[in-house]
Design a protein around this ligand. Structure first.
Ligand code: NAD
Length: 362
């Protein structure tokens, strides 16, 4: 799509160096040298511990520690422990290998100690391409922006995603999809981020179902990780609206699983925003169904998720019914940009539908 009318815009590009390709993990030592690091702290989740330890063996004396306690939503006490570990070991580089939780923890260290990050993502969260980071304390997840937390280098090796189970691949891919969708109607959307987001949607729409059918399909893994990278770039270059706001509120207040929450909410929020962002919705629908199907973006997202059998309800993720009113009140606490007007009743109805696993109100 060409420039739409007389539009002014601002485009801010990310400064990360990106290495993409099957087997590119082998480039990590070279990239660490390039960053002139001498004392590397490896961060990961308990589930990816072996990957972290293998990386430490590969790096030899340069690896001063493996911290494998990263968990979702970056609890403040874990961030504090990891910062203490980085200081005690005199680390001069954080290597985050794992999903958004490992990368989020590296960012929490980087924000305090100005340490550079080399990120090696193993999910589709996209966190590696953004300068935002989260911290959860007393049930509230704060989202902060700080250029120092943007990873210097990112290695995307689709081989590392082959082990991601089909179910988690589907929801993590929908997390990436949400970045693309919300970038297209962002207040600061611009022609470049919209191109990235559309290509991200196309890649994920083609790659994800194939990954879910066969998690060992290497081509599908590459295409999906490519889509996730584009999603991360779209997210990093725009500001978010209702969808990300809701996911963060629910994650912080009820400790709901991140990617699953994105998957449940995305068709509902897309339906909610349909009237406020008709042009963006047309582009999203076109990218979801390039062959042209007379369905709305929300319906197409719902159909895609149904085909992959992602969770449908917040209840199934462990939320309690009384959380619906609480979350709606939290959304309305501070005003923020959203293409459709925000009302407490509108948000409550949306959350009620998502809680019960009803179809989106198309
Ligand atoms: P995660 O990192 O917690 O990973 C989920 C689970 O999958 C973990 O148990 C992990 O060990 C396992 N896993 C990861 N990769 C695997 C693989 N290849 N094979 C098998 N198992 C694997 O979850 P996530 O959804 O990637 O990240 C969620 C976190 O990232 C949240 O805290 C969220 O807020 C944050 N996030 C931040 C941003 C940002 O821009 N700041 C963007 C997206 C997500």
């Amino acid at each position: 799509m060409m420039l739409d009318g007389d539009r002014s815009f601002l485009f801010h590009s990310s400064s990360s160096r990106v290495i993409f390709g099957m087997g590119s993990l082998t480039k990590a030592p070279e990239e660490i040298n390039r960053l002139r690091a001498k004392r590397v702290l490896i961060l990961t989740t308990p589930g990816r511990k072996k990957l972290g330890e293998d990386m430490a063996t590969e790096l030899g004396a340069k690896a001063v520690g493996v911290f494998d306690r990263a968990v979702m939503h970056v609890p403040a006490e874990i961030a504090e422990r990891a910062r203490g570990e980085a200081a005690r070991l005199g680390a001069d580089l954080c290597v985050a290998i794992g999903g958004g939780s490992a990368i989020g923890l590296a960012k929490a260290i980087a924000a305090g100690a100005s340490l550079p990050i080399l990120a090696i993502p193993t999910t589709y969260s996209g966190s590696e391409m953004t300068s935002t980071w989260g911290l959860t304390e007393h049930g509230i997840k704060k989202t902060l922006r700080d250029a120092r937390v943007q990873p210097q280098t990112v290695i995307y090796d689709p081989a590392l995603t082959l082990s991601l189970p089909a179910k988690l691949s589907a929801t993590s891919g929908m997390n990436a999809m949400a970045h693309c969708v919300e970038a297209l109607y962002a207040q600061d959307a611009n022609p470049i981020t919209s191109l990235l987001a559309e290509e991200g949607i196309r890649s994920l729409t083609k790659g994800l179902p194939a990954v879910v059918r066969d998690p060992l399909d290497r081509d599908a893994r590459s295409l999906t990780l490519y889509g996730a990278w584009l999603g991360g770039m779209s997210l990093g270059a725009t500001t978010t609206a209702l969808h990300h706001k809701l996911c963060h509120i629910l994650g912080g207040a009820f400790d709901l699983p991140h990617s699953e929450t994105h998957a449940v909410l995305l068709p509902h929020v897309t339906a909610y925003n349909a009237r406020g962002a008709p042009r963006a919705m047309a582009r999203i629908a076109q990218a979801l169904a390039p062959e042209g199907v007379a369905k709305s973006a929300a319906q197409l997202l719902h159909d895609l998720e149904a085909s992959m059998k992602t969770p449908l309800s917040l209840r199934s993720l462990g939320m309690n019914q009384d959380g619906v009113d609480h979350a709606a009140a939290l959304v309305m606490e501070k005003p923020f940009y959203n293409p459709s007007a925000l009302t407490k009743e509108g948000i409550r109805v949306l959350l009620e539908d998502a809680f019960e696993g009803r179809p989106p109100r198309i």
